[in-house]
Design a protein around this ligand. Structure first.
Ligand SMILES: Nc1ncnc2c1ncn2[C@@H]1O[C@H](COP(=O)(O)OP(=O)(O)OP(=O)(O)O)[C@@H](O)[C@H]1O
Length: 290
């Protein structure tokens, strides 16, 4: 059974005339890293909100279809119950930090204390997450006095202490510099390796190319394309949806246009280098022929 099943889902916010999500269906498998891409206002955040249950529990409007998480319809769970299954990391870490504690450490303990997690196990859990998110040096600081990148790691840690099986990231690095962005992606990838199911909304196509297993491309509230990351991101059709193709794929399309035979279009640095070496050694062999 798929961990997430979205069946003929449509949603129109009560304040809007337009369907934000229009009759979409897809499934996400346990342990999969799925990126949701698409142009602005295409419906990416609304889909995440629907999986997390914010739609229709918090955002009201016209709702059709079903979202099942681990086989259970989200309409049968409260937002609080869904929080134990699905962690949601927002664009702006500031909104995510509760501020109940004066230090990062207290902030991280808060969620667990709130659900009555055994007191003797809190310390171990919190310390594990501090190490995964690499925030050892921040534990005694006030979370509101940290940089954006540090705050995002604390926000992420506060979600991870709850140990949800599914993690949704909605443009988690849009306000971060390249180094903090890379750090967040490395953490997300480590979580995937631990078996978490990851859903990521992100515009940074090179990072999606590097890390995601699968892509769902959304346009006007509908699923326009869905498939493996390599298949979707190597296809120039992406530009029709205002999504750039990765620079490596673009380069190899140009090489192909010049008449050089290219066996496949790579989307990552590693695969591009390997392919380049193989093309060069073929060319060398050809030139050495008598
Ligand atoms: N709270 C809301 N109330 C009313 N309409 C909304 C609300 N949130 C989103 N919408 C509308 O729903 C549609 C889809 O928006 P959504 O934010 O889901 O798209 P998105 O692809 O995540 O956009 P972006 O990339 O710009 O963040 C848009 O037309 C948007 O104006």
């Amino acid at each position: 059974m798929s961990i997430i099943q979205v069946e003929n889902l449509s949603f129109k916010y009560s304040s809007s005339e337009k369907w934000a999500i229009h009759d979409i269906s897809f499934t996400i498998e346990e342990g999969e890293f799925c990126a949701i891409i698409g142009s602005n206002e295409s419906g990416k955040t609304s889909i995440c909100n629907a999986i997390r249950g914010f739609i229709p529990h918090f955002y009201k409007g016209e709702y059709k279809g079903n979202v099942l998480v681990k086989g259970k319809n989200i309409l049968e769970s409260t937002i609080g119950e869904l929080a134990l299954e699905i962690g949601f990391v927002f664009q702006n870490p500031f909104t995510q930090i509760s501020g109940v504690g004066e230090t990062v450490y207290q902030e991280l303990c808060f969620g667990l204390e709130n659900i009555g997690f055994p007191k003797d196990k809190i310390e171990q859990r919190v310390n594990d997450i501090i190490s995964i998110t690499n925030i050892q040096s921040l534990v005694n600081q006030n979370p509101f006095e940290l940089s954006g990148g540090q705050q995002q790691r604390v926000a992420l840690a506060s979600i991870l202490v709850m140990d949800p099986d599914i993690l949704i990231f909605d443009e988690p690095t849009s306000q971060l510099d390249p180094q903090s962005t890379e750090e967040i992606f490395l953490i997300i990838y480590a979580l995937k390796k631990q078996g978490k199911t990851i859903i990521l909304v992100e515009h940074k196509i090179e990072l999606i190319a590097e890390y995601a297993d699968r892509i769902i491309l959304v346009e006007n509230g509908e699923v326009a394309l869905s498939g493996s990351t390599e298949l979707i991101l190597s296809d120039p059709i992406l530009e029709k949806y205002n999504v750039p193709i990765p620079q490596y794929a673009e380069l190899f399309h140009k090489i192909k246009e010049r008449g050089i035979e290219v066996p496949f279009i790579p989307i990552t640095e590693d695969k591009s280098i390997n392919l380049l070496f193989s093309l060069l050694s073929k060319a060398k062999e050809g030139s050495e022929c008598p």
